[in-house]
Design a protein around this ligand. Structure first.
Ligand code: NAP
Length: 466
């Protein structure tokens, strides 16, 4: 099946690529396996130099790469530029810190022996990635992965083939050997076969819960390690002591970032009743003040959704929620004209069986809930299949401690919106997936943690073997 790229702001098909044939895919897998044997032996400083160069290329080529992202998946040009820069940051971060993260750790085992823990590469890692941060999702896996000595195979989302090829080119221009990082233009039907292939050692997937289940199942059958970064319906909790102006402004940004298509976008706004009227007024005003339009234009805050299917699904979720009894405070009607635009929308009084209560809404649609206490706020935050991020707004130290300890999520940000950062681990619990990316934890997901016991000479009394 051909892979096409469509500009979501206009609906125009930009390019069509042919998907790899089975024979071509086999050749790419072999190239990756061969490249691993060379790459694993490359000295770390050499890998770091190339990774730094990748960062320089991303920065130097920022405008071209940003336009590619914007025309291919609709994010605003300003956010696409920021994404290219963040990718440069993650490359430099791991170039600088990989040596310390991968350095053998001595362990005191007593006697004359020396104990050590080593961190060795696993091999070829398959990355199945989504379109929403078409560069960042890939670099946050590839930068630590390649520094650890693994090689990467990217199966990118089918609607961003140009971004996939551009990323491969960045690594090639940075000096990484052919085969160390390859973008494979294949559909999702090719993933199962790759997971079965003995040349693939492990897999990481960022995407929907359904895709994660299917990859985890297949990888599990093959006993291959996986990391899954899946959907989210993050709570954004506002307590009476919060700075309501800052909370409402950040709330609109946190919901509409990336045109509302972020796994860690705040989606459920849980507000204490003593602050609810004031917060709601400010929040609705902030959502209405956002400019929706051409993502290439200066001053646009919200561009189109990435595909017609996503726009239609968001529209359907809002309609069904309203039909179930939710109250529309603003937005809620798909926009006319070419392109897949949907306006910033706020829903309130959402019943438990409405889609906006239970499902992830992957567009600029906020759900507002009122609660009477911190206990209710935490219970509502946790009444979700997801557990990715969470943002809590309060000046009260006891409340902060309770939120951090009791919210079931991989991340809790206090008086700030959730954001990924190369220095901190990123990931979720429950149906949001497992494993971590970024930080030292992300680096250690795809390594063989090898125990080493060294004696200078064989001891006279051999210990019992287990
Ligand atoms: P998606 O449909 O799951 O697609 C993600 C990737 O998985 C694509 O490359 C897709 O390929 C592939 N895929 C889909 N079904 C598959 C299957 N059965 N087996 C193997 N691969 C499969 O997700 P999306 O709509 O692109 O992205 C939105 C979702 O990603 C949201 O739920 C969002 O919250 C989540 N997300 C999570 C994070 C995180 O870090 N936790 C970050 C970003 C996004 P095709 O394109 O060829 O179908």
């Amino acid at each position: 099946m051909p892979i096409t790229t469509t500009n979501p702001a206009t609906g125009e098909t930009l390019r069509t690529f042919h998907a790899l044939t089975a024979g071509e895919l086999d050749g790419r897998l072999q190239r990756a396996a061969d490249a691993f044997q060379r790459h694993r032996r490359t000295p770390l400083p050499e890998r770091a130099e190339k990774m730094r160069r990748a960062g320089d290329i991303l920065e130097g080529d920022r405008e071209r790469l940003a336009r590619l992202m914007t025309t291919e998946m609709g994010k605003t040009l300003a956010s696409a530029r920021a994404e290219a820069e963040k990718c440069a940051w993650v490359c430099r971060h791991y170039a600088e810190h990989a040596a310390a993260m991968l350095a053998p750790r001595p362990v005191d085992v007593g006697g004359t022996a020396r104990g050590e823990v080593h961190f060795l590469p696993l091999g070829v890692v398959l990355a199945v990635m989504p379109w929403n941060f078409p560069f960042w999702q890939v670099f946050r896996f590839a930068a630590p992965g390649l520094m650890a000595g693994n090689v990467g195979l990217l199966k990118h989302a089918s609607n961003v083939p140009q971004c996939a090829l551009a990323i491969e080119e960045v690594f090639r221009r940075a000096g990484f050997d052919e085969g160390v990082f390859q973008a494979l233009l294949v559909g999702s039907d090719a993933v199962a076969g790759m997971l079965d292939d003995p040349r693939v050692a492990a897999a990481t997937l960022t995407g929907s819960t359904a895709a994660g289940q299917s990859v985890a199942e297949r990888a599990g059958r093959n006993l291959k390690k996986t990391v899954l970064e899946l959907g989210g319906s993050d709570p954004f909790i506002v307590m009476p002591s919060a700075d309501l102006n800052a909370a409402a402004k950040t709330a609109a940004r946190a919901r509409c970032i990336n045109n509302g298509q972020s796994c860690i976008a705040a989606k459920r706004f849980i507000v204490h009743r003593d602050a609810a009227d004031a917060f709601e007024r400010r929040f609705v005003a902030a959502m209405e003040a956002l400019t929706v339009g051409d993502p290439l234009a200066d001053g646009t805050d919200v561009g189109p959704l990435a595909t017609a299917a996503i726009r239609d699904e968001v529209d359907e979720q809002v309609r069904a929620s309203v039909a179930a009894g939710a109250r529309l405070l603003t937005g809620g009607r798909r926009m006319d004209g070419p392109g897949f635009f949907y306006p910033p929308t706020v829903l309130a009084d959402i019943p438990r069986d409405a889609p906006a209560y239970r499902e992830e809404v992957f567009g600029p649609v906020a759900s507002v809930f009122r609660v009477a206490s911190i206990d209710e706020a935490i219970a509502l935050a946790n009444d979700s299949q997801f557990g990715l991020g969470s943002s809590v707004w309060t000046r009260d130290e006891d409340e902060r401690r309770r939120f951090v300890a009791e919210i079931e999520a991989g991340m809790t940000y206090v008086n700030a919106m959730v954001a990924s950062d190369p220095r901190l681990p990123f990931g979720g619990v429950k149906q949001s997936g497992y494993g971590r990316e970024l930080g030292v934890f992300g680096m250690h997901e795809f390594v063989n943690i090898k125990s080493v016991w060294m004696e200078e000479t064989a001891p006279a009394d051999l210990p019992d073997a287990e």
